[in-house]
Design a protein around this ligand. Structure first.
Ligand code: PLP
Length: 382
């Protein structure tokens, strides 16, 4: 049988394989980016209520009005961003569905799309899957600095978009206003779209502030902002996210999203509307909760000689795995699983550059007791 070649080199990431191997040995899974923390009570209750009320039919292509309004109110309160719920907000099947729909709607096969490396695998593979050409610009550790000269050099006549991820997975970089403005100036001068994945917007450390690109001068008109409820309410399986974009772009994203997925689950859209209306303290509390978890894991990694690049946001840490003495990061991940019964993800999942083979990514969106046990095991490696 002759089948297409576009995804011939893509595979379901190693993350799933690690999860299976981890389960097989009863290990602690710090691999997959799944937060197994409880769903906030009001959000869970609202989901039950929506099901009981029979809110079971397809939602409008742009999402249920109550959720779109809640999203507009939330970004207004959090960032002073004034968004029209009717024409500028599209509810999507997670931020992942939002990214696929935005790329499908706003870009064409053959377009070059700039991503920063290390990248989030779904961004890279979606771009490839849609027949576009990913162009990588490295972020330089330890602070994951942007080389703006390299970024400018990466733009060609075929470049149509830049993909941003802040706070970022896997590195935890939180883009500063100055960096956003430098990126914005380049995007404006070369007439580029920016798709910015801000799914970790409420998880930033040391009092750092998350600044949405769309709030920077002149950027609203060329920015698609993606976020969602997966990480904010620990409901990764609910598949509720959203895109905020100028009306023309939002209309097209809704069309693409309808074609791909029809809609995000209707009762869960209603529940997320209730969640986004929770008091500001809930959202502010997320950073403090995750900062404690970050410090447990980073402290143990440092003690184990697996030097962490301590993240400024999100809930992952990249660590230098060379101490494990393995030729590849995959081998390092399996060695760690064997010796400490802890699963991590190969850095090669986030890099084309060989430096990925020296890194492991750990997710710390876990219960504190589990993280303390993981920390004990890591220190025992020492
Ligand atoms: N974007 C980034 C950068 C992520 O790290 C993840 C999950 O790991 C997602 C999106 C997934 O978001 P959603 O569950 O809303 O599709």
């Amino acid at each position: 049988m002759r089948i297409g070649s576009r995804l011939a080199n893509a595979a379901v990431s190693d993350i799933r394989a690690m999860t299976r191997a981890c389960d097989a040995v009863g290990g602690i899974n710090l691999g997959q980016g799944v937060c197994d923390l409880p769903t906030p009570e009001p959000v869970a209750r609202a989901a039950h209520a929506a099901i009981d009320a029979g809110k079971a039919v397809y939602a409008p292509p742009e999402g249920v009005p109550a959720l779109r309004e809640a999203i507009a109110r939330r970004v207004g309160r959090d960032y002073g961003l004034s968004v029209d719920a009717t024409s500028e907000v599209v509810v999507t099947l997670g931020a992942t569905g939002g990214f696929a729909a935005a790329a499908m709607a706003l870009l064409d096969p053959g377009d070059e799309v700039i991503l920063f490396e290390p990248y989030y695998g779904y961004h890279y593979n979606t771009v490839v899957g849609l027949g576009m050409v990913p162009v990588l610009v490295p972020l330089r550790p330890p602070a994951w600095e942007v080389d703006f000269d390299a970024l400018a050099r990466a733009v060609t006549d075929r470049t149509r978009a830049i993909v941003l991820c802040t706070p970022g997975n896997p590195h935890g970089k939180v883009w500063t206003p100055a960096e956003l403005d430098a990126l914005g100036a380049l995007a404006a001068s070369r007439d580029l779209l920016v798709i910015t994945d801000e799914i970790y917007e409420h998880i930033v450390y040391e009092g750092a502030a998350h600044v949405p690109l769309a709030t920077r001068p002149g950027m609203r008109a060329r920015t698609v902002t993606l976020s969602g409820c997966s990480k904010t309410f620990s409901v990764t399986g609910w598949r509720v996210g959203y895109a905020i974009a100028p009306p023309d772009a939002a209309r097209r994203i809704a069309v693409a999203h309808d074609l791909l997925y029809v809609c995000a689950p209707t009762p869960l859209q209603h529940a997320c509307a209730e969640g986004l209306a929770m008091p500001d303290d809930y959202f502010r509390g997320l950073s403090a909760m995750y900062q404690k978890k970050r410090d447990i894991v980073c402290g143990a990694l440092a003690d184990a000689g697996l030097t962490p690049y301590v993240p400024a946001g999100a809930y992952y840490v990249l660590a230098d795995a060379r101490r494990l003495g393995c030729a590849t990061a995959r081998e390092a991940a399996f060695t760690l699983l064997d010796r400490a019964k802890i699963a991590a993800v190969s850095g090669a999942s986030f890099y084309r550059d060989p430096v990925g083979e020296t890194l492991l990514r750990f997710c710390f969106a876990k219960d504190d007791d589990l993280l303390e046990e993981a920390a004990r095991r890591l220190r025992a490696l020492g």
